[in-house]
Design a protein around this ligand. Structure first.
Ligand code: GLN
Ligand code: ZN
Length: 769
């Protein structure tokens, strides 16, 4: 095909869509089903109606091909587990008794059986359920969901393309089932899995699918030659099938790198590639492999992970270059629209001129359609859209929100000295010991105490105007008094105020920093029926006034023991927000760090001797490709040091991390130059203590000895055993005693008993020293 005819054929599509519905109908129906208030038939009807209205809306917006099969009651990786029949042994009885209840049993567990493990979907904040496979796994095709949803869309008269998790990614995301040797490599099951995919593909073709999309995002990570070979074999075999639809192999979240030539050579009819962020490298890489002659290229030029309007002219120029490199070029978002909220036009709190800079799923769909039209018919066909887009981009670039000269002056004035404490750790620790006078193995907690029903009611009452600020603060103070009194009685050494004033550790600060926007309906699926509303880093960041000092000093006024100030760190503030796309992340991090630094300094000036800056997300935003990691870690650790670098040697800086294995970032943890770190460790039996020791980590550390993700109360003996294990790696004068993470999701009775046991364990070991 010539470039001209390739352009004329340009089509618009997406790989997936938010599932919950405009008013979170799906969440309500699924949770209603769990509580027994909604019947299975009603749930299915609600779901089918949501799918229909989504497809209609996509088609009405001008999308030529709608995705099917991306819908899910809980998670699309779990749906894939069902599709290939890889039901774990412990869930089989439940699935056989009732498919829907069995499905939710795998997702959430029951009294009798544990759920599948949940983990993050690449570097997004979406969580999937990890397949559990072993040498005995027998796959069996179950195409009912995929075929059913395809038929629904075809019945509406639409062109539909089923979207499946590809076989290689499915296996690469899996882990050895419980009881299987940990060395087992799920990828060895590929030969058994491919016939199942072949069967599903044949069923989809029989049901009317012309194309099927197989998602292989795992191929954008660094892959071994054996893994690349497996990918080559998978698509050679699937490509060689005779009874199959055309295959579109999709990748997203980063560049394919060495997997690009593998897929380019595979006997499939199309590739879908990301052209945003670091994946923009695909442009040159495609040319280097000689393009995709004879293939369909779906170009993800609209960022599917962020909420900013597209630069339509720039995208058109990328698309124009691609025309020469493939047989046909279609336009899409870089990944499923699952990762953005539904509709930016529904945000009453965002000023109209700023709302024009935002594109959620609906607006992105319009952008994709516009780009496809521009590609097919020329820029004159979209002249009005281009003019409006140009004006909106210009207004964003020139806005005082995005360019605050005083913030720019402050960030420009940052020197290397600002990112260093005034004394080295070895000196600081002496000053801190003299000031704090703590026993060996000091006890503390990570910050939050249970978020009780009363606290949630107080927040709701405040929001609805049923109570005023004064009454709200009175209720928070009462909670702080209770939290302090409990900790004193339990004998904890370094206290916290309990964070009762925070609904969310990022949102709380975002609401108090200039430059951040909050949405009212910007819900994004985190996992299952849990949705979050990430704030938006829209402009230059500054702190109009102190954010936490009032609560920390109030708590400190109630006790003679040190109360730890509690802040969310700059990297986590970025990781759990939508970030700016008009400047490097490092610049945004530096602005946030400077605002937090003012808070740290104010806490110190108010007499706070211990300040914790949480960075639970430091590991999770690590770039997918190893080559990009040193650059990320350099700015991330610098932002932390800029936040904490302004305090006196005698002020003790803590940090906290969870949700990950930290073995590969111990050097970065060391580079934070914090005085004390608390880490999630209870489930891994103090493994991290050993890793810190092997690295020669010189500072104080509190590997968690109470797994707060479970209602279980650890006994004093159990906590003491873990501490003894910790002592094998970390000497007594540097070991802290604390839970794994904050206690906000737990109930008071468990928290009381567990913390009392922790104190008992610490005292027992101190007596032995
Ligand atoms: N300080 C926070 C808390 O205790 C830390 C939470 C986290 O690490 N996710 O809730
Ligand atoms: Zn944590």
């Amino acid at each position: 095909m010539t470039a001209k005819s390739a352009a004329a054929a340009a089509r618009a599509t997406v790989y997936g869509h938010p599932r919950q519905g405009p008013n979170r109908e799906l969440k309500k129906a699924v949770e209603g089903y769990w509580k027994g208030r909604v019947g299975a038939d009603d749930l299915h009807r609600t779901a089918a109606a949501l799918r229909r209205s989504t497809w209609r809306q996509l088609a009405d917006a001008g999308l030529h091909e709608v995705p099917t099969g991306d819908f899910s009651y809980y998670d699309h990786v779990l749906d894939t587990t069902v599709m290939v029949g890889a039901i774990p042994a412990r869930h089989r009885a439940a699935v056989e008794a009732d498919a829907l209840d069995g499905y939710f049993a795998m997702a959430r567990g029951t009294q009798e059986v544990a759920p599948l493990e949940m983990t993050k979907w690449f570097d997004t904040n979406y969580h999937y359920l990890v397949p559990e496979l072993g040498p005995d796994t027998v796959f069996a095709a179950d195409s009912a969901k995929q075929v059913g949803e395809l038929r629904e869309a075809l019945a509406l008269g639409l062109t539909a393309r089923p979207v499946l998790v590809g076989p290689v990614t499915y296996l690469l995301l899996a882990k050895p089932a419980p009881g299987v040797a940990p060395g087992f490599d799920p990828l060895t099951l590929l030969d058994r899995l491919l016939p199942v995919y072949a069967e599903v593909l044949a069923d989809l073709r029989a049901a009317g699918a012309a194309w099927v999309q197989l998602d292989e995002p795992a191929l954008v990570q660094d892959r071994s030659p054996a893994e690349l070979n497996a990918a080559a074999r998978a698509y050679r075999e699937l490509g060689a099938l005779t009874d199959r639809p055309k295959l579109l192999v999709a990748s997203y979240f980063d560049r394919l790198g060495e997997a690009l030539p593998v897929l380019a050579k595979a006997p499939v009819e199309g590739l879908a590639l990301d052209f945003t962020g670091p994946a923009a490298a695909h442009l040159d890489a495609l040319a280097a492999v000689g393009g995709l002659p004879g293939k369909r290229l779906v170009a993800g030029v609209v960022d599917g992970r962020n909420i900013w309007i597209n630069d339509l002219e720039r995208s058109l120029s990328v698309l124009g270059t691609l025309l020469g490199l493939a047989d046909r070029v279609d336009v899409a978002a870089s990944c499923s629209l699952l990762h953005v909220p539904l509709d930016a036009s529904a945000e009453p709190d965002i000023a109209p001129q700023i709302a024009r800079w935002l594109a959620f799923a609906r607006q992105k769909t319009d952008e994709i359609v516009t780009l496809a039209r521009g590609l097919a018919h020329g820029t004159h066909a979209i002249a009005a859209e281009l003019a409006a887009n140009r004006a909106d981009l210009a207004s964003r670039a020139a806005s005082p929100l995005t360019r605050d000269p005083s913030v720019r002056a402050r960030t420009d004035a940052v020197t290397a000295a600002d990112t260093r404490r005034s004394a080295p750790y070895a000196e600081r620790t002496l000053a801190q010991r003299a000031r704090l006078n703590l026993p060996p193995l000091p006890t503390t907690t990570i910050g939050s105490f249970p978020q009780t029903g009363e606290l949630r009611t107080a927040r709701a009452d405040l929001r609805a105007g049923r109570i005023g600020a004064a009454e709200y603060e009175r209720r928070i103070e009462a909670e702080v008094r209770e939290v302090i009194a409990f900790q004193e009685k339990a004998g904890i050494d370094v206290l916290v105020h309990g964070e009762p004033e925070r609904g969310d550790m990022v949102q709380y600060f975002a609401e108090r920093l200039t430059g951040y926007l909050a949405t009212r309906h910007g819900w994004v699926q985190s996992y299952g029926t849990r949705y979050v509303r990430p704030p938006i880093l829209a402009g230059d960041i500054s702190r109009p006034e102190p954010m936490t000092v009032r609560w920390t000093t109030y708590a400190q006024s109630l006790t003679a023991r040190p109360v730890k100030g509690m802040l969310t760190g700059p990297v986590t503030m970025l990781a759990w927000s939508f970030v700016r796309d008009d400047q490097p992340l490092a610049d945004t991090a530096r602005q946030v760090a400077l605002a937090l630094r003012e808070e740290v300094n104010d806490l110190e000036a108010a007499g706070t001797s211990v300040i914790q800056v949480d960075e639970p997300a430091l590991r999770e935003t690590l770039p997918l490709r190893a080559a990009d990691r040193p650059g990320y870690l350099a700015w991330a650790t610098e932002a932390f040091r800029l936040t904490t670098g302004g305090v006196l040697p005698g002020t003790q800086i803590h940090t906290h991390m969870c949700y990950a294995e930290f073995g590969d970032i111990v050097q970065a943890i060391d580079d934070l130059d914090a005085d004390v770190i608390s880490l999630e460790a209870a489930r891994s039996h103090m493994h991290i203590a050993r890793e810190l020791a092997d690295h020669g980590y010189p500072r104080e550390a509190g590997p968690g000895v109470y797994d707060i993700h479970s209602p279980r109360v650890p006994s004093a003996a159990e906590a003491a055993a873990l501490l003894r294990k910790g002592l094998e790696a970390i000497p007594a004068e540097r070991l802290w005693v604390n839970p794994d993470c904050g206690l906000k999701t737990r109930a008071w009775p468990e928290v009381r008993a567990s913390l009392e046991n922790l104190v008992t364990a610490a005292r027992e070991i101190r007596d032995d020293l």
